[in-house]
Write a protein that binds this ligand. Structure first.
Ligand code: BEZ
Length: 211
């Protein structure tokens, strides 16, 4: 199944290191990051999973549940989790799906046969509380992802959902934002009492409204 931004994320049940996960129940009213790993006992994946464990408090702060996936059985996951904790120095504090039957990988199109016909690529899906897909990123197996960037996009999505703004290049939480062109100057005056700088009529920059 090919998923696109704005699509409803499919529900599923699958085994994990924390028991059977029903995805919609697991997510509840939170946001979610679902991300795949090509294989257990591989070096890049080991570093990624350790780092996500370190970032878990940052995901919690943003009301985001994290859920990893690898296409190996639970018995391998259990052993690998020990290696991850030992080598990366962080507690393994979120579930890892054991997708040995490829149920979830196929549902989310995480296996790209022309890259590798059995392993998953490094897929990331950010899903909002209404279960809509809000971000899709695909990395090759040999390149570890930047999970700080995933947090940055979540900050942008959560901000732009609440205010009529967009975030410019390399924006990070606290930086100035852009007033969406669809909003008239008249309406903007009410919404952005701190004012704005108009570099062009379509490029109006204002301080981040929730700071
Ligand atoms: C890794 O996680 O290190 C990895 C996995 C599959 C292919 C290449 C690297």
């Amino acid at each position: 199944m090919t998923l696109r931004l704005g699509d409803t994320a499919p529900d599923f049940s699958q085994d994990s290191t924390e028991g059977t996960i029903n995805f919609y129940d697991f997510v509840g009213d939170s946001w979610a990051v679902l991300f795949s790993h090509p294989k257990d006992f591989t070096p890049v994946c080991t570093t990624e999973l350790g780092y996500v464990g370190k970032l878990k408090p940052e995901f919690d702060k943003r009301n985001v549940k994290v859920l990893g996936l690898s296409v190996d059985p639970l018995s391998d996951h259990t052993q690998w989790v020990g290696d991850i904790e030992e080598t990366q120095g962080h507690q393994f504090n979120f579930p890892l799906l054991a997708d040995a039957d490829r149920k979830v990988s196929n549902l989310y199109d995480m296996i790209h046969p022309n890259a590798n016909d059995t392993l998953t690529v490094r897929s990331v899906f950010v899903i909002d509380p209404s279960k809509k897909v809000r971000l899709i990123i695909t990395y090759p197996a040999s390149t570890g992802r930047n999970f700080d960037e995933i947090l940055r996009v979540i900050d942008s999505l959560q901000l732009t959902d609440g205010y009529k703004v967009a975030t410019p290049v390399n924006w990070k939480d606290g930086d100035d934002v852009i007033i969406v062109p669809a909003l008239s100057d008249e309406d903007a005056k009410e919404r952005f009492p701190k004012g704005w700088v108009a570099h062009k009529p379509y490029l109006r920059v204002t301080p981040q409204p929730n700071k």
